[in-house]
Design a binder for this molecule. Structure first.
Ligand code: GRF
Length: 222
């Protein structure tokens, strides 16, 4: 069966574990998509090695070499368009994109953030969660708008925060879920199951069943 595949461009700045999860989901046929190109704004990051290992075209567009954000973004847009990218996935991409970029891919840019938005946007989300003392955190895949981590939410996952968590242990727990929800979000979009009305994203999917969670857990009898 030759199914049409959604063409992805993935923007990275770091180790690229989310990129890997996306590549794996594409290659195994779990999602009807393919990574056409990977672009990093930082030279030498491990995400680029991951792309190479899978034979995916990869580029460095070092933002430091461009005078303005728009000049940097123009170059990234050019590469994405050359590879006919239909959906841009930010995966650990540490640059804020301007309206200039977003206009080139209207409603076609998504991001993953390691917190339950709108809590703890911006950098160091895991540290923010620990410092605040929340009992649950998690991750969010959302459409990118002109704000920082403010766009319409597609999917979220929740994990508990333990009293003895460090930033690192919480990061690991959240990351495991990131690697599940990012490919899932792409699947929903690739299958045309997502519609956006204002802030609200509707996905054609069953209602989730749930067990209420409590942290700390309830004693018996509650
Ligand atoms: C992830 O926690 C992601 O949510 C955040 O940056 C981290 C990137 O990790 N935006 P990786 O590069 O995908 O391993």
């Amino acid at each position: 069966m030759s199914e049409k595949k959604l063409k992805l461009g993935v923007l990275v700045s770091g180790s690229g574990t989310n990129l890997q999860a996306i590549i794996d989901a594409c290659e195994s046929g779990k999602i009807p998509a393919e990574v056409k190109v990977v672009v990093s704004n930082k030279p030498g990051v491990y995400a680029l090695e991951r792309a190479k290992k899978h034979g995916i075209p990869n580029y460095v567009v070092d933002h430091k070499l461009y005078q303005t954000r728009e000049d940097f973004e123009r170059e990234v847009i050019k590469i994405l368009k050359e590879h006919e990218v239909e959906l841009v996935c930010l995966a650990g991409f540490m640059r804020v994109l301007t309206p200039f970029f977003l206009r080139a891919f209207p409603g076609r840019v998504i991001n993953i953030h390691p917190a339950i938005l709108p809590s703890f946007p911006g950098v160091n989300a895991q540290k923010q969660a620990i410092d605040y003392g929340v009992k649950f955190s998690g991750c969010t895949v959302h459409f990118v708008d002109e704000g920082v981590d403010t766009g319409p939410i597609i999917i979220q996952a929740v994990v508990p925060v333990y009293d003895d968590d460090t930033e690192e242990t919480l990061r690991e727990r959240i990351l495991k879920e990131e690697h599940r929800i990012y490919p899932m979000a792409i699947k929903l979009i690739a299958e045309g199951r997502v519609s956006v009305e204002g802030r609200k994203v509707r996905a054609s999917a069953p209602k989730p069943s749930y067990q209420p969670l409590h942290n700390p857990p309830l004693d018996e009898g509650f």
